[in-house]
Design a protein around this ligand. Structure first.
Ligand code: SF4
Length: 362
């Protein structure tokens, strides 16, 4: 098995087969991350179905085989119901749960995007706080040294341990100069701070829906409103946009497995997402990024545009080196530019629409 040029941080699902797969790829992994079994502090994904929110017993049983890999708990919801921030007993209960997990399988830290939540958890005075790294979530959208230091100045006032890794905003994947400037500032601040790039989200570049989308997910996870984000994205959001002009997907700041090596020197690792897409999807992604190549539909590696993947086949092998150099050096002002549509037309074909049985998404 290849060890990739950059180690991977990947989602964890408490599935025995998946845990065995991760053990088989342990030398390629830097960390795994997952949400807590119970609320009210959630991760940034819609809680839609079985298997996404693990049972505590399943979590410990499957994680115990992965003792050597760093583990992080996702508490990266955009916001919490206001009463949670001032409910010390509730927050302490959550920290007790993390402490129990730490005692059983070892927890390195937590991932949070909501600074109010960072402050509220710190104020509980719970004894586990100084043992936990506080990792800014990708949705903190740190895309410049100024934003990075602003976040870290506040973190430094807390009792949390300094983070050992960060994930800059995904848009920087397509802006090598901005990424290099941020990377240099971060390494000057702390040379050991690991920089990871989110490679397979597949959202619209600098997505104008992003903040509202995160807020709607957080709102539905509070239980105060029903889940509407799938329908909204289909009718009004990214799905509707990609439906109308599918070639714009190429502008999305994903990193193909073949292009990871271009980021050596400015980043230390790759982060993959896609917990809600199930074990089969995650195994496919991890295998591709470990191997550094993928022969198939590029959309089958991407977390977000599932409907797009059912409609289009983008032959990853046909996106040659021109793809990376062009998309990381162009202006992203697309009005008069036909390059993405030319590349898309050359590498893609429309698929027959088929409906898969539910279990095939697992
Ligand atoms: S400017 Fe051209 S190459 Fe760059 S994202 Fe827009 S269409 Fe694609």
């Amino acid at each position: 098995m290849n060890v990739p040029v950059m180690k991977l941080s990947v989602p964890f699902i408490p599935d025995e087969g998946y845990a065995r797969f991760l053990i088989g790829h342990a030398s390629s992994l830097s960390s795994i991350y997952f949400p807590l079994p119970s609320g009210p502090v959630t991760d940034a994904r819609v809680r839609i179905g079985d298997g996404l929110v693990p049972e505590p017993r399943d979590l410990c049983a499957t994680l115990s085989a992965l003792k050597a890999i760093d583990k992080y708990i996702l508490m990266n919801t955009r916001f919490m119901p206001p009463h949670v921030y001032v409910n010390n007993a509730m927050l302490s209960g959550i920290l007790n749960e993390i402490e129990q997990l730490d005692n059983t399988v070892g927890i390195k830290g937590i991932v949070i995007s909501d600074m109010y939540l960072v402050r509220a958890i710190d104020r509980t005075g719970h004894e586990i706080v100084p043992r936990l790294e506080l990792i800014p979530g990708i949705n903190a959208m740190l895309d410049s040294p100024e934003k990075f230091f602003s976040f870290f100045d506040l973190l430094a006032l807390s009792r949390f341990k300094k983070p050992t890794r960060i994930v800059p905003d995904r848009a920087l994947n397509r802006s090598p100069e901005k990424l290099a400037a941020l990377s240099k500032a971060i390494k000057n601040y702390d040379p050991d701070l690991r920089i990871e790039l989110l490679a397979n989200e597949g959202c619209i570049y600098q997505c104008p829906f992003k903040l509202s989308h995160d807020a709607h997910i957080a709102l539905s996870n509070t239980g105060f409103a029903g889940e509407t984000t799938f329908r909204m994205n289909q009718n009004l959001g990214c799905q509707a946009y990609f439906d109308f002009q599918p070639h714009t997907f190429l502008k999305s700041p994903f990193i193909r497995p073949e292009d990871v090596h271009h980021y050596q020197g400015v980043a230390d690792g790759i982060k993959l997402c896609g917990r809600t897409r199930g074990v089969g999807f995650l195994k496919r992604c991890i295998s591709a990024y470990v191997k550094g190549s993928f022969n198939g539909n590029l959309l089958d590696l991407m977390d977000t545009p599932e409907i797009l993947a059912r409609q289009w086949h983008i032959d990853n092998a046909r996106l040659e080196s021109r793809f990376f150099t062009t998309l990381t050096s162009c202006t992203k002002v697309c009005k008069a530019c036909k390059i993405c549509s030319e590349i898309f037309n050359k590498a893609s074909r429309k698929k027959e629409i088929t409906f898969k049985p539910y279990k095939e998404f697992q």
